[in-house]
Design a protein around this ligand. Structure first.
Ligand code: GLU
Length: 308
């Protein structure tokens, strides 16, 4: 079998030499300061071995990757009732688009576009103060990684709050349809803060494990979520995890994955591994350019695919 260590180190070497790296997200000013030359990768296997390279220990802004963890929490809280207020179809639109909301009476297409993620955040928030809801999200990450050091980059959260006009528009618009239960300011506050969670590739690969191993931590055998729920979250990552680039990602990489505008991507190789990559330069759709390429190389060379 192809040696995973060799493949991971060759990918990191190759990516270090690339000059075309995409463009860092500018609409959140704090993210515009990130060095586009960074690249990290971490692969975590069933036995807990981590094979990592590049800037794999450097925390970065996980942004929309956090939506996988908030979706997991919201489903744990209200179960399938969540699907009354958010759909499960790819949007075919930009991540922050508002147009479909009008045609579809404020019910977002899926939990990974911004509008859908705001509904998920609203669900977690119900019955709590914003601080408690954030505490719950962080506690979940600490629990699944065994790492209490994971926290929020307050500068990124403040930066997004200052410029988050689109998200404020989406939240207000949905509120007008009665889709959000909590005050718009609370929903936005919790959303901006969970997007501003900082994690390294190693931490993210570890956090993604339960999705690669039937909802369980393969070390302890403890269940995080049911098998069915893990499968469904993976299905949503495959169909909706890369916004309007989801079809392209499935075509090129062939694994469930979720990207964020901080340049991180998590991916799941069912029964084999969880993976996290980071390269801050984005393609025009908002997905990490080199991160996608790295995952494509990894999947091809390891013969990893959910399509056989
Ligand atoms: N916090 C970002 C926003 O709401 C997340 C977008 C992303 O990572 O794709 O615009």
């Amino acid at each position: 079998m192809t040696d995973l260590r060799t493949v991971v180190s060759e990918i990191a070497q190759e990516m270090a030499g690339r000059s075309e790296r995409g463009t860092v997200a500018h609409y959140i000013p704090e993210l515009a300061c990130v060095d586009p030359a960074r690249f990290g990768i971490a692969v975590m296997l069933a036995d807990g071995t981590q094979i990592a390279a590049g800037d794999c220990d450097e925390p970065f802004s996980i942004q929309s990757v956090s939506k996988v963890f908030t979706l997991t929490l919201a489903l744990g809280k209200v179960g399938d009732g969540l699907w009354r207020s958010v759909g499960r179809e790819p949007s075919g639109n930009a991540f922050n688009s508002i147009v479909q909301l009008e045609q579809e009476q404020g019910r977002p297409r899926n939990p990974f576009i911004n509008a859908g993620a705001l509904v998920v955040t609203d669900t977690i928030l119900s019955g709590h103060q914003p601080r408690e809801a954030l505490g719950e999200i962080l506690r979940f990450l600490h629990f699944i990684t065994g790492d209490d050091g994971i926290g929020i980059d307050e500068a990124v959260a403040a930066s997004e709050k200052q410029t988050g006009y689109r998200n404020a528009a989406l939240a207000n618009y949905m509120k007008s349809f009665g889709v959000l239960d909590n005050p718009v300011a609370h929903v936005l506050g919790v959303y901006f803060h969970h997007c501003a969670i900082a994690m390294s590739c190693r931490q993210l690969a570890s956090a993604t494990r339960y999705l690669a191993f039937l909802g369980r931590n393969p070390d302890t055998g403890h269940s995080v979520i049911s098998v069915e729920r893990a499968r469904r979250i993976n299905a949503l990552m495959l169909t909706c995890g890369h916004y309007d680039g989801s079809g392209e990602f499935a075509f090129r990489v062939g694994l469930p994955g979720k990207s964020g505008v901080g340049g991180g991507i998590i991916a799941v190789v069912p029964g084999i591994a969880s993976v996290a990559v980071w390269s801050p330069g984005l393609d025009p759709v908002g997905n990490s350019r080199l991160g996608t390429e790295a995952l494509e190389m990894l999947a091809r060379r390891m013969h990893w695919s959910v399509f056989g």
